[in-house]
Design a protein around this ligand. Structure first.
Ligand SMILES: [Zn+2]
Length: 203
């Protein structure tokens, strides 16, 4: 009896899509997931509970594409929802998960899952965002996405906060953030806005 040593298919892969806001991370995540759909691969997409007022069940991009998703609070909750036949696991807004997410995605990949992660690589101060540095470090494949600088039109890698807040998470609509290149990114702008606003109030 001949034993053929099959190519090891028990290992998966971690693919991370990173970049600033408006760089099309979620669009790319959705595009990759839709390809899995065509290939009849079972997928599940998870995202963190950011705003407690909403319990969204979809991941949607700025251009209105959408895919179903499961909202979780802790990275370990992935295991409670994970189906045995899921081949592809998507994680959106990964920067908001605590460090435990690194262990979760590593285990998923080591057990044969293709893990697609999307997240902001830097925060409003231009600093590494949450668990993203560790996620990028353990990724097999990294796609860096670029937005367009709203000042000069060059490729943008930073998220400029336009309002006066020092909160790590500021969920809202338009006019709170815009994409900027390195030259036009001003991490102090948000803090100056606060000072100027206070001066206005004192007048
Ligand atoms: Zn610029």
């Amino acid at each position: 009896m001949t034993h053929h040593r099959l190519k090891n298919t028990t290992y998966g892969v971690i693919e991370t899509i990173c970049g600033c806001m408006y760089s099309g991370k979620t669009e790319e995540l959705i595009r990759q997931i839709k390809r899995c759909e065509f290939a009849k691969q079972k997928y599940q997409v998870f995202k963190p509970q950011i705003d407690k007022r909403y319990s969204e069940t979809e991941v949607s991009s700025h251009n209105q594409d959408r895919i179903p998703s499961i909202v979780i609070n802790e990275p370990n909750e992935v295991y409670q929802h994970l189906k045995h036949n899921t081949r592809v696991v998507g994680i959106d807004e990964a920067q908001f998960f605590e460090k435990g997410i690194v262990d979760v995605i590593t285990k998923l990949a080591n057990h044969g899952r293709r893990v697609l992660v999307a997240g902001l690589d830097t925060d409003w101060q231009g600093l590494p965002f949450g668990s993203m540095p560790e996620i990028l470090a353990v990724s097999d494949i990294i796609h860096k996405q670029y937005a367009v600088c709203m000042v000069c039109g060059d490729a943008a890698t930073r998220t400029q906060r336009l309002v006066n807040s020092q909160e790590d998470i500021l969920v809202g609509s338009f006019n709170i953030y815009e994409a900027r290149c390195r030259e036009h990114f001003d991490p102090q702008l948000s803090l100056r806005r606060k000072f100027e606003d206070q001066q206005e109030l004192n007048l």
